[in-house]
Design a protein around this ligand. Structure first.
Ligand code: AHR
Length: 316
């Protein structure tokens, strides 16, 4: 019998601390495309262990079909709740309805879906549009009216961060005629594709004609830094670089003057998610549909060498 059913069937509330102990949660993770993703996986496993949760982990290897299979398997096993980081935004209605019919609460981690809100309990994410606009505003301020031809490395096609971070950036630079995105292509949030696509941008445009790179995550920026160096240019100086995540390698690149700014995305989505689940299972508290995590901008003004030292052992 599921924890929620037990609670609904009983008028007696369980002790709050025991709400999640010994329950089983399925976690459908996207894969391991980035350092940030690795850290989120580490933190989620630690948070589950700390709370005495039996966590069933499924790595989807970047494929939505694998995530749908994992969710169906979690439903068949009768887990008490499901966490999912959805690789793309669309195509979830049917499987989420199956979980709802089975009375299994689903919590979205770090990415949103285009599905009716009653199909999931809550979503723990940053404001993805805001992240893009912080990046765009940083460049607006940095260029102070100077002409700048920008190249953009997008995240996974169809994913909410790729869609929203693009929107936010475009909104921030709109009305600034000196700023123009001249090339934009997906690098799938990976370091290797970030490098490959940046090489093609440099070849197509000529490095001297690119003034800035906006990458939807740090891993792609770090790959691009390598491409820029191999082209004989100075990343962070000849080509300014702003990206998102604030992974340790980005702080190191900023400390080394090879990158200019990054916006932090906490890998701890599971903490707030499990707190919300605990309250829900314990006393029926329904969380807000969106639990927003913070987005902080880091630039050369921060002590990035020290931040790198603090973050490097945290599972990235
Ligand atoms: O959904 C969050 C994004 O996914 C991170 O910014 C990126 O690094 C990851 O792959």
């Amino acid at each position: 019998m599921k924890v929620k059913s037990i609670l609904l069937a009983s008028a007696v509330a369980l002790a709050p601390v025991a709400a999640l102990a010994d329950i089983t949660i399925g976690f459908s993770q996207i894969g391991s495309e980035s350092g940030w993703r690795a850290a989120e996986t580490t933190v989620t496993k630690l948070e589950a262990e700390r709370r005495g949760i039996n966590l069933k982990f499924a790595d989807a290897q970047q494929k939505q079909e694998n995530q749908i299979k994992a969710l169906r398997s979690f439903v068949a096993q009768g887990v008490d709740a499901i966490l999912i980081a959805p690789v793309v935004a669309t195509g979830w209605d049917e499987v989420l309805e199956e979980a709802k019919d089975a009375d299994i609460p689903v919590i979205l981690l770090d990415r949103t879906v285009d599905a009716p809100e009653d199909l999931y309990l809550t979503a723990v994410t940053s404001d993805l549009v805001h992240e893009g606009s912080v990046a765009g505003q940083w460049l607006v301020d940095e260029m102070a009216g100077d002409q700048c031809r920008i190249v953009e490395l997008q995240g996974t096609t169809g994913s909410s961060p790729a869609i929203d971070r693009k929107t936010g950036f475009e909104q921030a630079i709109a009305g600034h005629a000196n700023l123009e995105i001249v090339r934009s292509q997906t690098g799938d949030f990976t370091r290797s594709l970030g490098k490959t696509v940046m090489e093609s941008f440099l070849k197509a445009e000529g490095g001297e004609n690119i003034c800035a790179l906006y990458a939807h995550n740090d891993d792609m920026a770090v790959g691009a830094i390598q491409a820029i160096k191999e082209a004989g240019l100075n990343p962070g100086k000849d080509i300014k670089i702003v990206a998102i995540d604030a992974v340790p390698d980005a702080h190191l690149a900023i400390a080394n003057g090879e990158m200019n700014a990054t916006i932090e995305l906490t890998p701890n989505m599971a903490g707030p998610a499990l707190d919300a689940l605990e309250a829900y299972l314990d006393n029926g508290t329904v969380p807000p549909k969106w639990i927003q995590t913070e987005s902080r901008l880091y630039t050369l003004a921060d002590d990035n060498a020290a931040i790198y030292e603090e973050k490097k052992g945290l599972g990235y």
